[in-house]
Design a protein around this ligand. Structure first.
Ligand SMILES: *[C@@H]1O[C@H](CO)[C@@H](O)[C@H](O)[C@H]1NC(C)=O
Ligand SMILES: *[C@@H]1O[C@H](CO)[C@@H](O)[C@H](O)[C@H]1NC(C)=O
Ligand SMILES: *[C@@H]1O[C@H](CO)[C@@H](O)[C@H](O)[C@H]1NC(C)=O
Ligand SMILES: *[C@@H]1O[C@H](CO)[C@@H](O)[C@H](O)[C@H]1NC(C)=O
Ligand SMILES: *[C@@H]1O[C@H](CO)[C@@H](O)[C@H](O)[C@H]1NC(C)=O
Ligand SMILES: *[C@@H]1O[C@H](CO)[C@@H](O)[C@H](O)[C@H]1NC(C)=O
Ligand SMILES: *[C@@H]1O[C@H](CO)[C@@H](O)[C@H](O)[C@H]1NC(C)=O
Ligand SMILES: *[C@@H]1O[C@H](CO)[C@@H](O)[C@H](O)[C@H]1NC(C)=O
Length: 445
C-alpha cells in the first residue's frame, strides 16, 4: 500500500500537544486545576479558550460574487491558522468568487472553516486544467461546516464538445477538469452541513488521509454531468459517511485503492452510478481495498446499486466488503462485480487480476430495470466467499428488455429469500478453488 506518512503525522501531533500543554500552564486554568487537583487529570483537549473568529470581510473580501476574493480567504486562513480553536468565517447572505486556492497546514488544532455564504468558482475553472479548485492539505483535527454552499460551476464543460477534444489530446479524462474540494494528507477531519454543487469533476475527494467523518452534507449535480463523482476516496482509511444526500452524474461514493475501514450508512444516492469500489488495477497496477461496510442506504435512479469493478491485469486484493440493507429504486443493475472493466469496446484478457473475496450482500431489495445481479469474475482468479442473502428485486417494467441474473467464476453461498430465482447463481466452493486462490500473490499485506 502506498499509504500515508503516519509517522510524520504523529510527530507533528506531539509538537502541537506540547504547545497546548504550555498554553494550559500559563492560563487561568492552572489555578482552577490547583483548587481541584483531580481536574489536572483531564485530557488536554478539555482546555477550551474562547474561540476566535476570522471573518473574511475583515481581510478584504468583497462578497459581490464577481471580484476575486481568494487573497482575502488566504489572509484570513493564515491568521486563523496560528490560533488554536479558531474559526474562518464565510458569512451568509453573500457570494464569494475565488480562483483555485490552496488552504494548507500545519495549523493549530481544532481549526474550523465555517461556510455560511456561497462560494463560487469562476466559470473558467472548469477549463483551467487544474486538478482541484479548493485544495486543503496537511491539516490535523479540522472541521469544515456551515449552512452555505460551494458551487463549482461545472456546466461550462459538461455539455461542450470542447471537452471531448481536450480529452482526446491528453488521453486522460480526469486530468482536465478540477475537483471542487480535495483533501490531501489530512487527519481527523469532520465535514458537515454544507452543500457542494455542480462540480466540473469529483465533488469531494480525499487522498492519503486518515480519520474522516462526513455527515449531513448534500452533493448535487445533474445525472448527465460526466465523471462527477460525489465522494471519491483513495489511500484513505477510517472513514465514516452518514446522513447525507448525494446526486451526481457518476459514482455516488467511489472507493479506490489503498482504502480500508470505510463505513457508509444512512445515505441517499439519487441520481448516480451507485456506490462503487474501483475501477481497480488499471495498467497492471497494485490495488488493495479491505474492510468496507455499506448499510442502510437508498440508491435511486442509478446505473448500478453496489458495485466492485477491476481491470484485467491488476494485482492485489479486495477483501471483506459488506453491503447490507440496501434499497434500490429504478436501478439498472443493483448488484455488480465486474472483473472485465474496460473503457473501450473490448480490452485484452490477462492472467493477472485483483483477487476478490469475502463480499457479502444481505437484504438488497427494490426495483431494477435491466439485470438483477451481474457477477463476472476473472477466468484466472475466481471470486471466493461471496454471499447473497435475502435478495428481493423486481423488474420495474415487465415488458422492457431485460436479463436474468448472471454469475461467472464466482463461488459462495446464496441463502434466504432469492427473488428472482436466477439470483441464486453462485457456485459452491470447491477444493480446486481453494488451491487456486492460495497461490495468488497478494502483495497488499
Ligand atoms: C444539516 O444541515 C442543514 C444545512 O446546513 C441544517 O439546516 C440542519 O440543521 C442540519 N441537520 C442536522 C441534524 O445537523
Ligand atoms: C485522531 O483522532 C484519534 C481519536 O480521537 C486520535 O487517537 C489520534 O491521535 C488523532 N490523530 C491525529 C493525527 O490527530
Ligand atoms: C445539456 O444541454 C441540453 C440542451 O440544452 C440540456 O437539456 C441538458 O440538461 C444539458 N446537460 C447538462 C449536464 O448541462
Ligand atoms: C481489517 O479488519 C481486521 C479485523 O478488524 C484487521 O485485523 C485488519 O488489520 C483490517 N485491515 C486493515 C487494512 O486495516
Ligand atoms: C471486516 O470489516 C469490518 C469493518 O467493516 C470489521 O469490523 C471486521 O472485523 C472485518 N473482518 C475481518 C475478518 O477482517
Ligand atoms: C475475456 O474472457 C471472458 C470470460 O471468459 C469472455 O467472455 C470474453 O469474451 C473475453 N474477452 C476477450 C476480448 O477475449
Ligand atoms: C413499459 O414498457 C412499455 C414498452 O416498452 C412502454 O410503452 C411503457 O411506457 C413502459 N412503462 C413504464 C412505466 O416505464
Ligand atoms: C509478489 O508480487 C510483487 C509485486 O509484483 C513482487 O515484488 C513479489 O516479489 C512477489 N512475491 C512473490 C512471493 O512472488
Amino acid at each position: 500500500m502506498s499509504c500515508c506518512n503516519v509517522r510524520g503525522g504523529r510527530q507533528y501531533y506531539s509538537i502541537i500537544s506540547i504547545v497546548l500543554l504550555l498554553l494550559a500552564f500559563v492560563s487561568p486554568l492552572k489555578c482552577l486545576a490547583k483548587r481541584h487537583e483531580l481536574e489536572l487529570d483531564l485530557p488536554i483537549s478539555s482546555y477550551k479558550p474562547h474561540s476566535k473568529t476570522f471573518n473574511v470581510f475583515l481581510y478584504g473580501a468583497t462578497g459581490d460574487g464577481t471580484t476575486d476574493d481568494s487573497k482575502a480567504f488566504k489572509a484570513a486562513w493564515k491568521a486563523a491558522c496560528l490560533v488554536p480553536r479558531a474559526t474562518v468565517e464565510i458569512p451568509s447572505g453573500f457570494t464569494f468568487l475565488t480562483k483555485p486556492i490552496t488552504l494548507e497546514g500545519p495549523c493549530m488544532p481544532q481549526l474550523i472553516l465555517q461556510i455560511d455564504g456561497t462560494l463560487v468558482a469562476p466559470p473558467a475553472v472548469a477549463k483551467s486544467k487544474r486538478l482541484q479548485w479548493i485544495n486543503i492539505k496537511w491539516l490535523h483535527d479540522f472541521t469544515l461546516q456551515g449552512s452555505g454552499s460551494v458551487d463549482g460551476q461545472g456546466f461550462v464543460l459538461w455539455n461542450s464538445s470542447e471537452i471531448h477534444h481536450i480529452e482526446k489530446e491528453t488521453k486522460d479524462e480526469s486530468s482536465v477538469r478540477p475537483t471542487i474540494l480535495r483533501f490531501y494528507k489530512c487527519y481527523n477531519v469532520t465535514i458537515h452541513g454544507i452543500q457542494i454543487i455542480n462540480s466540473p469533476q469529483c465533488h469531494l475527494k480525499f487522498d492519503n488521509s486518515i480519520g474522516i467523518i462526513i455527515r449531513n452534507i448534500s452533493i448535487s449535480s445533474p445525472k448527465d454531468s460526466p465523471n462527477t463523482d460525489g465522494i471519491h476516496l483513495q489511500n484513505t482509511y477510517d472513514v465514516e459517511v452518514k446522513h447525507s444526500d448525494i446526486g451526481c452524474g457518476d459514482d455516488c461514493v467511489s472507493i479506490q485503492t489503498g482504502c480500508s475501514n470505510v463505513h457508509i450508512h444512512h445515505i441517499r444516492c439519487s441520481p448516480s452510478h451507485g456506490i462503487s469500489v474501483g475501477g481497480l488495477g488499471r495498467g497492471n497496477s497494485l490495488a488493495c481495498v479491505s474492510n468496507i461496510s455499506v448499510e442502510n442506504i437508498l440508491v435511486q435512479n442509478a446505473l448500478s446499486g453496489v458495485r466492485i469493478k477491476t481491470w484485467q491485469g491488476g494485482i492485489g486484493s479486495v477483501k471483506n466488503v459488506s453491503f447490507s440493507n440496501v434499497r434500490v429504486d429504478h436501478v439498472d443493475t443493483p448488484i455488480v462485480i465486474d472483473q472485465y472493466y474496460c473503457n473501450k469496446k473490448w480490452c485484452r484478457n490477462k492472467t493477472d487480476a485483483v483477487a476478490i473475496s469475502e463480499v457479502m450482500y444481505r437484504g438488497i431489495s427494490g426495483t431494477y430495470s435491466f439485470e438483477p445481479v451481474h457477477i463476472a469474475c476473472s477466468d484466472s482468479m475466481p471470486c471466493t466467499g461471496v454471499a447473497l442473502e435475502d435478495i428481493k428485486l423486481s423488474l420495474v417494467n415487465e415488458t422492457e428488455d431485460r436479463r436474468e441474473a448472471f454469475c461467472w467464476n464466482s463461488y459462495g453461498e446464496s441463502q434466504g429469500l432469492l427473488q428472482p430465482s436466477s439470483v441464486g447463481c453462485l457456485e459452491r466452493t470447491t477444493k480446486t478453488i481453494k488451491a487456486l486462490t492460495k497461490s495468488h500473490n497478494d502483495s497488499c499485506y
